[in-house]
Ligand binder design. Structure first.
Ligand code: SUG
Length: 450
C-alpha cells in the first residue's frame, strides 16, 4: 500500500517592490503592462486571499518569503559604487533598466523556484529539490542562490530531503523549474509519472525552435534534473512544447496545461507531436499506477491558444479536496470570458473528477503574466516529511492575519518603475523584509541581516 502523502502548496509572498517593468520578452502580459503603475499592497493581499481560500477548502498551504531587493550584490558587480543610496541613484540615472532588473519581485512566481520530486518517485526515497537557474531572463537569473538557501532552511533533514545545486549557468541547461513539470499519479504517496516539458534542445545547433519568442527550458536541463532526482525512466516523460505556442505567448507550459492526480487537462496545440506524448503518458501511467490516466483535451475550436494566453485558463490550480473531488482554481479572467466559461461548464458537466471551478482575483500578478498556478510551488510530502518541515511558514489563520497587518504597515499602494529611484524605498523594503523573517520565524536569511 502506498504511504499517505499530500500536496502542500508553497506560495511566493509578493514582495514590497512588485512593479511592472516590462522585463519578460515573450511574456505578453509583462510586455503589455510595462511602465504602468502597480499596487504592491493589493498584490500581496490578493495572493494571501488566494492562500486563505485554498486553505479553507482543506488544501495544505505554506509560504515562501520574498527575495532581498534591491539586489545590491548584482548592482555592485555591474559597476555601481558608493553608498547604497548612491548605487541606486547612479543606476537610476545611467541604467534604469538594470535598476528595475535588480528590484524585481519576480520570486513571487514560486512555480519557477525549483523542480521537486516526491520521495515516492526517487531512487533514494528522499524528496528532491533542484532550484531553477532561470537563465533566460536576467531579472530571474539572480533568484537561485536565495531560493537554494531558503529551501534548505525549510527542509533541513538530510535524511528526508535531497538538495541539488541549480544546473550549470549556461543556456544549454536553461531551467524554469516546476512551470514545465507535472506529476501524475493514482495516489500522492505512490509513485507517479513525472512529465518534463522543454522548448528547445541545448546542444543541437540546428534545432529550429520558436521564431518570435525565446524557448526558456531545454531538454538537457530537464534530463539532468530527472537524473539528479533518481527518477525511473519508465516513470518519466519528456515532451517538446509546440514552438508555435511559445510564439503565441506560452512562455511556460503551465500556461497551456495543468495536471493533478490522475487528471491531465491540456490544450490540443500545447505539444509538438501531441499524439505520441499522450500515448506515452497513458502507457506509462497504466504501467506504473495500474489505472487509466484521464486525458482532457481542450480543442482549438473550443479555445484558441491566444484565448488560453489571454485568460490564463490553464494556469489554474487543479487541487484534490478532502472529499475526493477536484476543484479548478481559475483566474477571474476565465470567468469573465464567455468562451472559457463555456469550456469550464462542459468540463464540469462531463464525467470526470473535476467537480467545481472557483475563481480568484490575482490581477496584480496576472498583469505580469503570473496566474494562480504560477504563484505556487507544489511539494508532495508524507506526514513525517511535513512534520520535519520548518513550521513557521505553514499557513493558518493566525499567519494570514499577521501577514495582512504586515503588508498594510509596510507596502505601498502605488509603485511606478520610476519610483524605484526613490532612495526611501531601500529602507522601506528592508524594514518589511526584516519583519517578515520574524513573522515566519526564519532567523537571518537576508544579506543585510548577516
Ligand atoms: O518569468 N514575469 C514572470 C512570470 C512568471 C510566470 N510563471 C509561470 N508561468 N509559472 C516571468 O516572465 C515580469 C516582470 C516584469 O515585467 O516586471 C515577470 O518576470
Amino acid at each position: 500500500m502506498a504511504t499517505c502523502a499530500f500536496v502542500v502548496n508553497f506560495d511566493g509572498l509578493v514582495g514590497p517592490t512588485h512593479n511592472y517593468s516590462g522585463l519578460s520578452y515573450g511574456n505578453i502580459a509583462s510586455m503589455a503592462h510595462g511602465l504602468t503603475v502597480s499596487n504592491p499592497r493589493a498584490a500581496l493581499l490578493q495572493g494571501l486571499a488566494k492562500m486563505k481560500f485554498l486553505a479553507d477548502l482543506g488544501v495544505k498551504q505554506a509560504v515562501l518569503p520574498p527575495q532581498e531587493r534591491p539586489d545590491f550584490d548584482t548592482l555592485r558587480s555591474l559597476g555601481f559604487r558608493g553608498s547604497e543610496a548612491q548605487v541606486v541613484e547612479k543606476a537610476a540615472r545611467e541604467a534604469p533598466q538594470i535598476l528595475a532588473l535588480c528590484y524585481s519581485a519576480s520570486s513571487m512566481w514560486a512555480a519557477n523556484a525549483a523542480t521537486v520530486s516526491p520521495s515516492a518517485d526517487s531512487a533514494d526515497t528522499r524528496v528532491h529539490f533542484t532550484p531553477a537557474n532561470l537563465l533566460s531572463q536576467f531579472h530571474r537569473s539572480v533568484e537561485p542562490p536565495f531560493t537554494a538557501g531558503i529551501l534548505k532552511r525549510i527542509f533541513p533533514s538530510e535524511e528526508l530531503f535531497g538538495h541539488h545545486d541549480p544546473l550549470p549557468r549556461a543556456m544549454h541547461f536553461s531551467d524554469e523549474g516546476a512551470a514545465n513539470h507535472t506529476r501524475l499519479c493514482a495516489s500522492y504517496g505512490g509513485s507517479g509519472i513525472e512529465l518534463f516539458v522543454y522548448g528547445r534542445t541545448g546542444f543541437d545547433q540546428t534545432d529550429q525552435g520558436p521564431q518570435r519568442f525565446p524557448a526558456r527550458q531545454t531538454l538537457e536541463a530537464s534530463q539532468a534534473i530527472a537524473r539528479l532526482h533518481g527518477l525511473d525512466p519508465a516513470a518519466t516523460v519528456f515532451s517538446r512544447q509546440s514552438p508555435e505556442a511559445i510564439d503565441a505567448g506560452v512562455f511556460h507550459n503551465d500556461v497551456i496545461s495543468v495536471g493533478n492526480g490522475n487528471v491531465f487537462l491540456y490544450h490540443a496545440e500545447a505539444f509538438h507531436e501531441s499524439e505520441s506524448v499522450l500515448d506515452e503518458l497513458k502507457r506509462k501511467f497504466f504501467g506504473l499506477c495500474g489505472d487509466e490516466l484521464i486525458l482532457m483535451e481542450v480543442s482549438s475550436r473550443e479555445l484558441s491558444v491566444q484565448e488560453a494566453v489571454e485568460t490564463y485558463f490553464f494556469n489554474s490550480q487543479l487541487v484534490s479536496l478532502p472529499d475526493g473531488t477536484m476543484s479548478l482554481i481559475a483566474p477571474v479572467e476565465s470567468e469573465e470570458n464567455p468562451r472559457t466559461r463555456a469550456a469550464l461548464e462542459r468540463i464540469r458537466a462531463e464525467d470526470n473528477p473535476i467537480a467545481q471551478a472557483h475563481f480568484v482575483d490575482v490581477r496584480q500578478s496576472m498583469k505580469n503574466g503570473g496566474g494562480p498556478a504560477c504563484l505556487r510551488l507544489r511539494v508532495v510530502l508524507t506526514e513525517q516529511e511535513l512534520a520535519s518541515t520548518h513550521q513557521g511558514i505553514i499557513f493558518n489563520d493566525g499567519l494570514y492575519h499577521r501577514l495582512i497587518a504586515w503588508g498594510e504597515r509596510h507596502y505601498r499602494d502605488k509603485l511606478h518603475p520610476d519610483d524605484l529611484a526613490d532612495p526611501a524605498l531601500i529602507d522601506e523594503t528592508r524594514n518589511a523584509l526584516d519583519e517578515v523573517t520574524g513573522i515566519l520565524n526564519l532567523g537571518s536569511i537576508y544579506r543585510f541581516q548577516k
